[in-house]
Design a protein around this ligand. Structure first.
Ligand code: ZN
Length: 1124
């Protein structure tokens, strides 16, 4: 019986309205675009399709086309879509190949899995007969299972929608997340305070800070790092023009000894690293009286001056910690007056962290400057707000930055300029990105049987930049300049400006992003696709059973299956499901709705995998609910006493692949796996973990697969549209580098839960699983990026497969995956025409509809390097550089990769200095305003686990992170490399806002406070030793610091404002990330603190990573060497 199922009144595929009802986004049907034409278009023998060989248009099969799908009326009946579904209207018939055509001639080499059951089968023997006579063992197994109890209705009742399964809110409101004032920890330096350097690291020539009070730069102007030198007194235009300075003399270079930590700045306290919060300015002023000009010790008032751009900062905590520092009074820098009046030479000073560019400040400035207005995409080459800013997007002809972000929005006209600058030209593309509910999803345009209008030569799709000429009868391609006839059905008159009069009625003429319904020519074998299938493949070896994992997965699936992705207004998901369990052998299950009990078929011949049944393996959830529930109840019992510890892996993927092939559909395998596959089988692996290889030339082998077998398997999977998502539960090394090959190349995801324990890890795993199953995904996807003449896409980074140099193939592409594309010049560009990108993604929706999603973006081009540097986006640059480096470790020693990264960034900054900044002393470090965070972020990439592992980082961790980062979007790499650190004790319990973030350094922590740090994978809650007992009681429900358990995986639910506030912050952060983050409680001075400190990325790391200050000095040296 159907459990808790609501009756579905409508025919399952009757009204395939376009849209994505299934996950997180409003359906297309719910939107309306004023004026979207509903007119029908005549037949059009248009441009040839790109992805498949052209076939005759199946005109008779397609009803009159509608266009502009959004209007409810036109979308109500979708003829072509209906065609795609119509062949699957009869339940089990949809299982693909008819019996007579079944390719599998071999009988299943089955063997009994559980001996002892001997009665006759209860189910139709015919299910087996088409593949040959069933072995006796199969029948025995069937009988065995038939004798098991059927799950009760209550056991499989789905939870109420919205509780756990509802679409998570993707982008919770974050406005003001960082903006609430009140923390003096990082407030910008005010005009009367000058941060003094305290020592000079590494003997680098470092000039003295600018004269207190001067504004160093304005937005888009270069940033001068005060610790290095004062701003040049010059004024001028362009990037080299500073606001007039107060004429601070340029100090001489001051070499100094190596950075000795805090020799000068050290506080008297025995805990230099755990400073207390800054007292209010008044108190500080009292502590550190000094000449008004110095004002060096007190933090500024907790307000933000409205000046844009980087300002010198003074950090309150430093003011306090360095209380006993020598008096910095005296006119600075004319007479560096450290402690005593003029006379002795200045002691070595350290670059003050508060005087160097602060990520927090940049984030905050962008938030306050750009967070309030929508980002309207009508203007070419606009740099969008930062990913950390909460903003709305209005599509007026260019793709939203949620879909595409670029390293620069103004690219050099010539290859020589590009080479000179060394700034990589790259776009980070997230074709199926989730949008906030306030924004409009791409409209679905249906041109009927003629398909989308395209350029005759380069096959670019109709877009806002195509130029209509000759009264609208032809159009000139904006990418290749070729002139193409406008098909008769698409003809429209032009207005006096040359614009088509239906410009605003057609998404493809007026918007940056939209979709086309694909015609049959865009489908494999010229056949509309079947709806995809999900196959759940569960490791039932000893470890998986013993940890409770098998039972957990089965219990979860019983309800989760009700939440498979649905399209538009469809009542139920079109996705069919199948089940496999495995250890050394594979067990397939027949869950056909007509069976009283599920049947198991065992395949022990794993050397040549095949699927022992077709009919009954992939089923509709609602139709087979009773059988499925029964199966999921029985699986944990069947394997409860297993002693089998060995597993296979490749045959599992092969089995799923074969099943999809047989069903002639694309789909996704969800594989839950626990161990290194050492059982005799194809793809068998050996333990080759060897940490001794770290820092040797052979280190790269740790990232490479140990056999090419999986590469070939991945290729086969992509050809079939078989995407693999892998959930790993290792207790030891299991070679993620090799097991991850197929998930990676098929566009799938890997999740890893080391030392999985039910108690602490089940929430995280279940949340990940729920999201992974429910999220929007396109199948059998091909992406191509076209560019206007002058540049072309040359390199690609991400989880995909490429069989040629232009098409990115993904068996599955979900809403979280990005592809980073690099561009190179192949000709000159012009400032007038700019440069254009068009990303076209052909994919199959979750209901089996073939679609094209198009994103267009126009960029400016420049003949002046300064324009390039003014329009860069460092977050995107870092995304590209990290991916570039993480791929580099596959083929080069890690040190080589690191050096190359540093060198490239030094060249980028040196080129700026040489060509864009006004002349100044070599001792100055001058950074372009848009890249002033490049050094700090680059350092974070360099000291990341992949490029510089600490002792606690396993080989599998590194391989896992390497693959993970490769698919990350810009927001994810941003927080991954520079985690977000929030002082929880500063949170306003009465407001929705987050406490203001602080910089990632131990010096910023106060032992009297509690902090939260998140990086997209983990959330740490750090508790200082001196936190008030009341706060501890409120947050943890215990009476003292000592009683706080650091094994908690969630904060206790307590009824007080502080607990509620902190838990709501945690929930909000969890909702923002694509993976459920692991919560780790860290007590100050506890051993877990080492792990936490690893994420304080401005500090020196245990693995040898430089501190921000040291790295900045190092970069400065590199730049100087390049310039000299
Ligand atoms: Zn063209």
């Amino acid at each position: 019986m159907s459990v808790n199922q609501q009756a579905h009144a409508g025919p399952p595929y009757g009204q395939p309205q376009p849209g994505y009802q299934g996950y997180q986004q409003p359906a297309y049907g719910a939107q309306s675009l004023p004026g979207v034409p509903r007119a029908q278009y005549g037949a059009y023998n248009g441009p040839m399709p790109e992805y498949q060989q052209p076939g005759p248009p199946q005109g008779s099969l397609r009803a009159p086309p509608t266009s502009g799908a959004p209007p409810p009326a036109s979308g109500a009946s979708h003829p072509s879509g209906h065609l795609a579904y119509s062949q699957f209207e009869h339940g089990d018939v949809q299982n693909g190949i008819p019996a007579s055509a079944a390719p599998m001639q071999r009988p299943p080499a089955s063997q009994p899995f559980l001996p002892g059951s001997g009665s006759t089968p209860v189910s139709q023997p015919s299910a087996f007969q088409q593949y040959g006579p069933p072995p006796a063992s199969v029948q025995q197994l069937s009988n065995h299972m038939a004798g098991m109890t059927i799950g009760t209705a209550t056991a499989s009742a789905p939870p109420p929608a919205g509780l756990g399964y509802g679409p998570p809110t993707s982008v919770p409101p974050v406005s003001g997340s960082f903006s609430s004032p009140g923390s003096g920890l990082y407030t910008p330096y005010s005009a009367t305070q000058g941060p003094p350097p305290t020592s000079v690291p590494q003997g680098l020539p470092v000039a003295q800070p600018p004269f207190p009070g001067q504004t160093v730069s304005t937005q888009r102007l270069p940033t001068q790092v005060p610790g290095f030198a004062p701003p040049p007194p010059s004024t001028g235009v362009g990037p080299s023009s500073y606001p007039p300075t107060t004429g601070a003399p340029r100090p001489p270079a001051m070499p100094g000894p190596p950075l000795p930590g805090q020799t000068l700045a050290g506080p008297p306290s025995s805990q230099p690293n755990h400073v207390t919060s800054p007292p209010p300015p008044a108190a500080l002023a009292g502590l550190h009286p000094g000449p008004p000009m110095s004002g060096l010790h007190g933090p500024p008032p907790p307000t933000h001056p409205p000046q844009p751009g980087y300002q010198m900062q003074q950090n309150g905590s430093f003011g306090q910690v360095r209380g006993p520092q020598p008096n910095y009074g005296g006119a600075y820098p004319g007479t560096p007056n450290y402690g005593s009046p003029p006379g002795p030479p200045p002691p070595p000073k350290r670059l003050d962290p508060d005087s160097i560019p602060s990520p927090i400040q940049v984030i905050e400035d962008d938030r306050s400057n750009r967070g309030s207005e929508p980002f309207v995409t009508g203007v070419r080459g606009q740099v969008p707000p930062l990913v950390t800013t909460n903003f709305l997007v209005k599509d007026q002809g260019n793709a939203s930055p949620r879909y595409i972000r670029c390293t620069s929005y103004n690219i050099p006209c010539t290859s020589d300029m590009a080479k000179q600058s060394q700034v990589p030209l790259a776009a980070v593309i997230k074709p199926l990105a989730t949008l906030p509910p306030e924004e409009t999803l791409p409209y679905l345009v249906d041109h009927g049987e003629s398909g989308p209008v395209r350029c005759n030569r380069c096959k670019a799709y109709m877009c806002p930049f195509m130029q209509f000429i000759e009264g609208g009868r032809r159009f000139q391609c904006c990418f290749c300049s070729c002139v193409t006839e406008v098909p008769p059905h698409y003809f429209q008159h032009l207005d006096h400006t040359g614009k088509r009069v239906d410009f605003y009625d057609r998404p493809e003429l007026s918007l940056g992003s939209y979709e086309f319904l694909a015609t049959v020519e865009y489908c494999k074998n010229n056949k509309f696709p079947s709806p995809p299938a999900f196959i759940f493949m569960i490791d039932v070896s000893y470890n998986a059973v013993k940890s409770g994992l098998v039972r957990l997965i089965c219990e979860e699936l019983k309800s989760l299956l009700d939440y498979l992705p649905r399209e538009g207004n469809m009542e139920e998901s079109a996705i069919r499901v199948g089940f496999v369990t495995y250890n050394k052998v594979l067990h397939f299950y027949n869950v056909k709705s007509s069976l009283a009990q599920p049947q198991m078929m065992v395949v022990s011949d794993v050397a040549d995998m095949f699927v022992p049944l077709l009919d009954g393996f992939l089923v509709n959830v609602n139709e087979s609910r009773t059988v499925i529930t029964s199966l999921l109840d029985q699986i944990p019992e069947m394997f409860a006493d297993t002693r089998e510890t060995e597993t296979v892996f490749a045959p599992v993927i092969q089995a799923g692949l074969e099943a999809l092939k047989a069903a002639e559909c694309a789909g996704k395998l969800f594989i839950f796996h626990t161990s290194l596959p050492i059982a005799e089988a194809p793809g068998k692996l050996k333990n080759r973990d060897d940490r001794k290889l770290i820092n040797t030339d052979k280190e790269k082998t740790l990232f490479q697969p140990q056999t090419s077998f999986y590469n070939n398997l991945a290729k086969d999977c992509v050809a079939q549209g078989c995407c693999v998502d892998l959930f790993l539960f290792p207790n030891q090394y299991l070679d993620v580098a090799t097991l991850g090959v197929v998930p990676y190349q098929t566009g799938g995801s890997i999740y890893k839960y080391a030392y999985f324990q039910l108690e602490t890890d089940q929430d995280r795993f279940l949340n990940d699983l729920r999201r992974d199953v429910q999220k929007e995904v396109g199948f059998d996807a091909v992406m191509r990026v076209r560019t206007s003449t002058g540049i072309r896409a040359t390199d690609f980074f991400g989880a995909f497969y490429m069989s040629n140099t232009t098409d990115v193939e993904m068996a599955g592409l979900d809403c979280d995956k990005t592809i980073t594309v690099e561009f190179k010049h192949d000709d000159k560009l012009s400032e007038d025409s700019g440069a254009l990108l068009q990303c076209a993604l052909l994919y199959t929706s979750c209901a089996g509809q073939r679609r094209l999603r198009i994103h267009n973006l126009s960029l400016n081009c420049c003949t002046q390097l300064a324009d390039l540097y003014r329009n860069c986006e460092t977050d995107t640059l870092i995304n590209y550089l990290a991916k570039y480096a993480y791929r580099g470790v596959l083929s080069s020693p890690v040190k080589t990769v690191r050096d190359a990264l540093i060198n490239q960034c030094a060249q980028i900054l040196a080129c700026y200095r040489k060509n864009c900044a006004s002349p100044s002393s070599a001792g100055q470090l001058i950074l372009p305003e848009c890249m002033k965070l490049l050094p700090v972020y680059l350092n974070c990439v360099l000291k990341s686990d992949v490029l510089q592992p600490g002792p606690e980082v396993t080989t599998d961790d590194r391989a896992y992170i390497r693959q993970l980062v490769t698919s990350m979007d810009v927001a994810e790499t941003n927080v991954f490399f520079y985690p977000r650190l929030l002082p929880l004790t500063k949170a306003d319990v009465d407001s929705d806002s987050l406490p203001a973030a602080i910089r990632n350094s131990e010096e910023r922590l106060s032992k009297g406070d509690i902090y939260l740090l998140e990086n997209g994978l983990n959330i740490f809650v750090w508790v200082g030793v001196s936190v008030q007992q009341g706060l501890i009681q409120n947050l943890f429900g215990v009476s003292s610091f000592g009683q706080i358990s650091n094994t908690l995986s969630a904060l206790p639910v307590l009824e007080n404002p502080f607990s509620k506030k902190v838990r709501s912050i945690v929930d909000m952060l969890q909702g923002q990330r694509s993976r459920y983050m692991k919560l780790i409680i860290v007590k100050q001075e506890d051993k877990l603190e080492m792990l936490f400190k690893h994420f304080l990325v401005e500090d020196k790391s245990l693995s040898g990573g430089a501190s921000y200050v040291d790295f900045l000095c190092h970069m400065h040296k590199e730049i100087r060497q390049l310039l000299s």
